[in-house]
Design a protein around this ligand. Sequence first.
Ligand code: AMP
Length: 292
Amino acid sequence: MRLVTAIETIGKLRDENRRAGRKVGLVPTMGALHDGHGSLVRKARAECEVVIASIFVNPLQFGPKEDFEQYPRDLEGDRAKLESWGCDVLFTTSPSAMYPNGFQTFVTPEGPLSAEFDGAVRPGHFKGVATVVLKLLNLTGCDIAYFGRKDAQQCALIRRMALDLNVPSKISVCPTAREQDGLAMSSRNVYLTPAQRAAAPNIYKALLAARARVQGGERDALQIREALARDLAAIEGGSPDYADVVDPDSFERIQQKIPGRFGAPAPALAIAVVRFGSTRLLDNLRLDEDGS
Ligand code: AMP
């Protein structure tokens, strides 16, 4: 696997791949890699001729009181994992290379997709995400960029950005990889104490219970939301940030009944964020279909 650390070099690589007509897949990450990232790299490997993973802990998407400094970093461990998943190129660079002196152009999402939920709890977060993702798409010229459904609002927002700004890369959204007990894999899981780690799978259990309600015929989004909020509030040591039922593409809250035709529910996504101490764990589950 080739390691690229300079902006100029990744740009040259993009031009070479373009000239040779190679299909390029990009997996953007912040490192501290786990099997969730692995599932994205493996999908890219199956679909593309060149697989690039990026590792960049993006200061722009962290708030002043968030964990930018403490965010887990393990470049050597990550390199070995990427090799074993079949990645061709690791691109990693410094904040000062990404945002050199004079940098002043940002992608600022302004609609409902960025205003609520993580957009409301983390002001500026999605501006940071959209800006760095667009830069990475431009730098690599990838045909397909792979993202995890665990961060469903981010996926919806990036899809929207690609549509709005005529970005030629395809945005591929991949299923959430989970630990055996159902906890969504996350680089931040390492922050959890043993007691918090033991309680954390209850987030997924609460989401499964919400889906079971829908599968049992419940369509009243308010009832589902309230039951989900109750289940999350009962998690030992956890404190819910939000729980809701939204349209998976627009992230607009489903206010009354989950719409549907011929008895089948329309697309609906249950979203949940629970804090354990200062660690925020996100998860979500489609209520209208089976799977992760
Ligand atoms: P991160 O390094 O946390 O910024 O994540 C990089 C990419 O991996 C994002 O597209 C995430 O949505 C995705 N990702 C993180 N955790 C998981 C998971 N458990 N399953 C699938 N994808 C994931």
